[in-house]
Write a protein of this length. Structure first.
Length: 63
């Protein structure tokens, strides 16, 4: 699997994407669960060729 791609439109070539390099992903989270409430908090990070991160939070109330 080489991972080569090619695209063009109206006679113009698009830049070729590359799959070379590596990326590490790490993730952590916390979840609080009680009788009527669920709360979650999490984060994800990327290191290497792709760099960045994301955080998320959510809650549910049951009645």
């Amino acid at each position: 699997f080489k991972g080569d791609a090619k695209a063009s439109t109206m006679g113009l070539d698009a830049p070729k994407p590359s799959l070379k390099g590596s990326t590490g992903v790490f993730e952590a989270g916390y979840k609080y669960d009680s009788k009527n409430l669920i709360f979650s908090l999490g984060g994800k990070g990327y290191i290497g060729k792709t760099r960045g991160g994301a955080i998320n939070a959510g809650f549910e109330v049951m009645f």
